[in-house]
Design a binder for this molecule. Structure first.
Ligand SMILES: NC(=O)c1ccc[n+]([C@@H]2O[C@H](COP(=O)([O-])OP(=O)(O)OC[C@H]3O[C@@H](n4cnc5c(N)ncnc54)[C@H](O)[C@@H]3O)[C@@H](O)[C@H]2O)c1
Length: 400
């Protein structure tokens, strides 16, 4: 099929490269000219394991084009346009910021192609898209929805082997076109109305941090009680109804999706009419866990009389360079108020505030090395060498 992808971020690029790899022709549009220039010259704009290999495959690359100009597309020949732009929180109004979505939908509304399937992949709370469409004079019942569930770090694998595909909308013919596009995928396809498709995305992104926060609260209770963390979590997780998968402690959860999606889920219902005490407290639980992790680090640093603290891993989890809502940044800010010498080490991310191995190798005193998440074997070997040579101490606020 002929596909247009609007937005070449984590979702848009992975989806487009995956679809091109499966034989579709894919035109990408992004208003960020810098990104388009890089992609046109075969340079990927973020780190995602495996993506580069697919992107640079000659047959795949030949099926893709990149532009910042909506008029460069031969819209009459396009089957499906996927809208993959960001939907961040507007900090001032504490609600979803739909300006990127609105500018994309406005451009698509100018297109003269009645058969065009317009599919929103961006995460958008129920009833928000209607307002966006109203603002640009589009009939919202024309839209279809295909919420995205890929995880940064395993996004390519998630594209080719999704757990499920969710399609929402009212126009059966347009939904059928999407079913045809995904016909080779082995998972179940759920077709539903637009609001339900949006709720599936939001409730998944509510349950996942809820589960992570449950484990983190359990971790605090186990620590308080003097129990063995690994034994207790294993003993609980082996109950089939609970399960061990995704049942592990962390310094806190973060990233580009959970924090904003949780804010949005708590924003779109009327708290006077609906009381959801569990869902409305997940963020609070996570904030408390950031403080708990920071306090543990502070206690260790002080009790062992160390020279400083080195946080290993700047992103919100392994195998990504996405710094959005990273717990490392939160812990760093917390520690900075009382410890002068706190730094962040990261091998993938280049940023003036982040140190590399050359810095660690110049250390000649004991530090506290905090592994924020698992690192590559080779990185761990290098770190262990420095830790041994400087008589430093390691703290790991997570387990697998
Ligand atoms: N990142 C994830 O892991 C993930 C997973 C599932 C769902 N989502 C959802 O998918 C959406 C996209 O997320 P992302 O992380 O890929 O975003 P991103 O910020 O990485 O990328 C968005 C891209 O859209 C471009 N853009 C903005 N307005 C545009 C316009 N009018 N026309 C063309 N391009 C435009 C931006 O320049 C940017 O490159 C969000 O709604 C997010 O909640 C993200």
């Amino acid at each position: 099929m002929n596909i247009v992808i609007i937005g070449t971020g984590y979702v848009g690029l992975v989806t487009g490269v995956g679809l091109a790899n499966l034989g579709n022709s894919v035109d990408f549009i992004d208003l960020d000219k810098n990104k388009i220039e890089n992609l046109s010259s075969k340079k990927i704009t973020f780190y995602e394991p495996g993506l580069e290999e697919y992107f640079n495959n000659d047959d795949t690359f030949k099926r893709m084009s990149f532009s910042s100009d909506y008029t460069s597309i031969e819209w009459e020949n396009i089957d499906i346009v996927f809208v993959c732009v960001q939907t961040p929180n507007n900090i001032e109004t504490n609600s979803v910021d739909t300006k990127f979505l609105e500018s994309a939908i406005k451009e698509i509304n100018n297109v003269n192609n009645d058969d065009l399937v317009i599919t929103v992949k961006s995460t958008i709370p129920p009833y928000e898209i209607e307002k966006v469409c109203e603002n640009v004079g589009m009939d919202s019942s024309k839209l279809t929805f295909n919420p995205e569930f890929l995880r940064e770090g395993t996004a390519v694998e998630d594209f080719f082997k999704p757990d499920r595909i969710i399609l929402g909308g009212a126009d059966k013919e347009k939904l059928n076109k999407l079913i045809e596009l995904y016909s080779e995928f082995e998972c179940e396809i759920i077709t539903t109305d637009s609001v339900s498709s949006q709720l599936i995305k939001y409730l998944a992104n509510t349950y996942l941090p809820l589960r992570l926060s449950f484990v983190n609260e359990a971790t605090r209770l186990i620590d308080y009680s003097g129990g063995n963390l690994d034994d207790v979590l294993k003993g609980v997780g082996l109950d089939n109804r609970i399960g061990q998968h995704y049942f592990r402690p962390s310094p806190a959860w973060g990233g580009s999706c959970f924090p904003k999606d949780l804010v949005e889920v708590n924003n779109f219902y009327d708290h006077e009419k609906l009381n959801l005490p569990l869902i409305s407290n997940i963020i609070n639980s996570n904030d408390i866990h950031v403080d708990w992790t920071s306090q543990n680090i502070r206690d260790l640093y002080e009790s062992k009389n160390l020279e400083g603290v080195i946080l290993i891993g700047a992103a919100f989890k392994e195998d990504t360079d996405d710094l959005r809502n990273s717990p490392t940044t939160e812990v760093f800010k917390n520690l900075k108020s009382s410890i002068e010498n706190v730094i962040i080490f990261d091998e993938i991310i280049n940023n003036e505030d982040i140190v590399k191995f050359d810095y660690l190798e110049s250390l000649n005193s004991s530090h506290l090395f905090v592994l924020m998440y698992p690192v590559k074997e080779s990185t761990l070997d290098g770190l262990n060498k420095v830790i041994e040579e400087t008589n430093s101490i390691t703290y790991i606020p997570w387990s697998l």
